[in-house]
Design a protein around this ligand. Structure first.
Ligand code: ATP
Ligand code: MG
Length: 397
């Protein structure tokens, strides 16, 4: 018994002339995602992509699980490959569909016949197979309007396919088709979710993390690496830059008014992230900020951090409640790692009364008075340590 998986492209279909390049990107990402499992033949026909395993013993369950994290796939459908012979279809279909049909009350058969030489026409296929399934599963009724299970039989050039129940895909747009952006990745809950959300909109990610040893620990650093790795099923390979931030933070602590510490620190983060982003060919920055969540995330504070970079700062969590962000973090399995209680550089030297309504000119003036060593910004970007996060060679999902 041979199974294949059909992929439905969803939103890609809306992309007019770009549709082909979007589909090709989705296929490329699909290939990468499946590569560790073995060899596959992947091809497209009309708006469906067909994934056929070539290596013996590939777990189709594992393949489906992997494909459910590939953006650009709206839905997946495992299907049984049967010889193009009516007796063979009737012999195989009931057993293959037994699990789907046992839990259903109603069903409908749908036939697609691209091989017009097949001796039965579509209505006849529907009628005959419908009758057979009713006799095998007497609890079922036919509902042509809104069936619980839609059974599709496809007769193609070489073989026939019996489709199983459709499964949800990750949706979105294929990673890489929307450009590239640098995610400011902390060890918190919000920034991994922000990265996931922007990858879903087709962006390739690099990640930038600011570390301040010895104020922040090796465990905190490992936590950020783990969070980056958790995103890999969705994003593919991520270059993670770990920026040495200690000296800058110490200089800020020593030279600026306490209430401005966080704001000036965030401006420094933006500048360093921008330098790395431009060097890496990114067109934007991504953060996990949400209006009102903390003092540094008032609209005024966001304005004061935005104005130091010319790149667009994407904040997909900007209008979300914490509970909404947490729901996504749980779904993409970053939550449990995010809540490990290790310190982040943002919690080092935190002011007791941070400015919540800073003005851009005033902030710039205070920053100038602090007279930070410009070489420190430059060095931080230069000396960032690069780690390549990739799941290609590991057994990781
Ligand atoms: P998160 O849960 O992602 O840490 P948060 O609610 O804790 O966010 P902040 O600590 O104020 O908020 O940080 C806001 C954003 O700034 C983060 O979402 C992240 O994009 C960025 N950020 C904070 N700390 C760091 C860091 N150490 N390295 C890189 N980016 C950071
Ligand atoms: Mg944080």
């Amino acid at each position: 018994m041979k199974e294949i998986i059909l992929l439905k492209c969803g939103e890609l279909v809306l992309k007019g002339q770009n549709r082909n390049s979007f589909e090709d990107a989705m296929i490329k990402n699909t290939r990468r995602r499946l590569e560790p499992l073995g060899k596959f033949h992947i091809w497209k026909s009309q708006s469906t992509v067909y994934v056929e395993p070539l290596t013996e013993g590939i777990s189709m369950e594992e393949a489906v699980a992997r494909l459910q994290t590939v953006f650009g796939i709206a839905a997946l459908c495992p299907a049984l490959v049967v010889p193009k012979d009516w007796a063979a279809i009737c012999a195989a279909a009931p057993d293959y569909l037994a699990e789907d049909l046992a839990g259903a009350k109603t069903f409908k058969v749908n036939a697609k016949r691209s091989d017009k030489a097949f001796p039965m026409k579509s209505p006849e296929i529907c009628r005959e197979l419908g009758g057979l399934l009713l006799s095998r599963f007497p609890h079922l009724k036919v509902d042509v309007e809104d069936p619980d299970v839609l059974v599709t039989v496809e007769v193609r050039e070489k073989d026939a396919y019996v489709h199983k129940r459709q499964l949800p895909g990750a949706g979105g747009i294929p990673v890489g088709t929307g450009g590239k952006a640098a995610l400011l990745l902390s060890g918190g809950i919000d920034s991994p979710v922000a990265g996931y959300m922007m990858a879903k909109r087709g962006l390739e990610l690099i990640a930038v993390h600011f570390a301040s040893p010895p104020y922040t620990s090796e465990r905190a650093r490992q936590k950020v690496i783990s969070l980056g790795e958790k995103l890999l099923p969705y994003t593919g390979r991520i270059k993670l830059f770990i920026v040495p931030f200690t000296q800058l933070q110490e200089q800020l602590r020593d030279r600026c008014p306490e209430e401005y510490f966080t704001l000036l620190m965030r401006r420094a983060m933006m500048r360093i992230a921008e330098t790395i982003a431009l060097r890496e060919g990114c067109q934007g920055l991504i953060t996990g900020e949400s209006v009102g969540q903390v003092a540094s995330q008032t609209i005024q504070a966001l304005g004061v951090t935005d104005c130091v970079t010319t790149l667009p700062v994407l904040r997909p969590a900007i209008g979300m409640d914490k509970s909404e962000i947490v729901a996504i973090a749980r779904r993409i399995d970053t939550f449990e790692t995010s809540i490990l209680p290790y310190e982040d550089c943002c919690t080092v030297f935190t002011p007791r009364h941070p400015r919540t309504r800073p003005k851009p000119e005033e902030t710039a003036k205070i920053e100038a008075e602090a007279n930070l060593d410009p070489a420190l910004l430059h060095q931080a970007a230069e000396n960032a340590e690069l780690l390549i996060l990739s799941n290609r060679y590991s057994g990781m999902r």
